[in-house]
Design a binder for this molecule. Sequence first.
Ligand SMILES: *[C@@H]1O[C@H](CO)[C@@H](O)[C@H](O)[C@H]1NC(C)=O
Ligand SMILES: *[C@@H]1O[C@H](CO)[C@@H](O)[C@H](O)[C@H]1NC(C)=O
Length: 419
Amino acid sequence: MADQKMKGGTVSIMVLIFLVLSATFHGCFAAIGQVQPPRKRNTVVNGFGSSVFLTVSGNVYPLGYYSVTVGIGNPPKPFQLDIDTGSDLTWVQCDAPCTGCSLPRDQLYKPVKNNFLACKDPICAALHSKAHQCTNPNEKCGFQVDYADHGSVLGAMLSDNFPLRLVNNSLSSPLLAFGCGYRLQSRSPHPPTTAGVLGLGKSKASISSQLSGMRITKNVVGHCLSGQGGFLFLGADFVPKSGMTWTPMLQNSFDKHYSSGPAELLFGGKPTGVKGLDVIFDSGATYTYLTSKVYQTVLNLVRKDLSGKQLQDVKDKALPICWKGAKSFKSVTEARKYFNTFALSFNGASNTHLLLPPEAYLIVTELGNVCLGILNGTEAGLGTGNVIGDISLQNKLMIYDNENQRIGWASADCTRKLR
Ligand SMILES: *[C@@H]1O[C@H](CO)[C@@H](O)[C@H](O)[C@H]1NC(C)=O
Ligand SMILES: *[C@@H]1O[C@H](CO)[C@@H](O)[C@H](O)[C@H]1NC(C)=O
């Protein structure tokens, strides 16, 4: 989903980035700390496929999203897309004409007549999982995506070239299916800031699945996000051979998300009584959402831990729960000493911990207050799902390995510039 993402009114257009990778790239994984032995040794590196590597910009606060710039068309035009592991469909704002589009007209995607995807296309079927029927197999494939609590987009499916520089130095320009969105509805007060969404989910329609179907990359998605952007890759070339903590990816036919579980919640290394949590990893959500009861537990733990300390409750429009210190905070680093580390312990295996230190659940606002970046998912209408959003995915190399049905992470310095 793309929660909290449709924010701000400014649009920054970045130059099309064709990243050329050199051997020095592998240096980035030297930054991985907290090395834990991999639980299972699966190799995905053999056989076909190269990888695509993209620079990510963005932050959790104040921006609220992470994006990459990709070229579409021939000649390619750059589009800034919100990276979203919580949804499958890639779409761009469309010159169709469009209602609700936020970009100037010359920056919209202009559909080419014969590019429309036919209803009979398997990708169209994948988008309409339930009872997909075509009255005429050659009719256009329409789509509609409803994001968890931030509006919807409706449009037509097309295919066009996505010129990509692969890490083996080949140029590839596959025809990929994506959505041209011409009816955008935003429930937040702001129109979308990015040109669209890069859908990185599990279904056949996602970009990673399409590239893997064409044997260009393995169906592996990785990202590394920080306060100053980071990077994203598709393919298996950058999966570290060691140092990753892996958990099995849950395979529910009703849940197309990247999810793992059950997990137990720890606070300061101690049990909290919260067990059996299934969590969804969603780079399209800015914050982390827990179901009402778990959220209440987290709130109680944090508050209890703060009693007798110098922090006071304060109202801040950034988030529902905030505190102020004796002096205003300049960064989370200054505030972190008042807080403890949460952890999700998967499968009861003591080694499989996803650590959530204070900087993985707090922000410091423009007013210098520190706020809780864990929200009440029940209130946000997320049902029974617990969603791990960008705030908690920072400073980690996260890998969604669809080839081996596992999700892995390792602490990493995601800001390391790769030259
Ligand atoms: C790079 O990888 C792609 C996709 O697997 C492949 O088609 C291409 O031939 C490779 N190029 C080189 C130079 O190995
Ligand atoms: C979470 O939201 C639900 C639905 O709005 C509400 O009933 C519940 O009290 C909230 N929980 C907490 C701890 O605020």
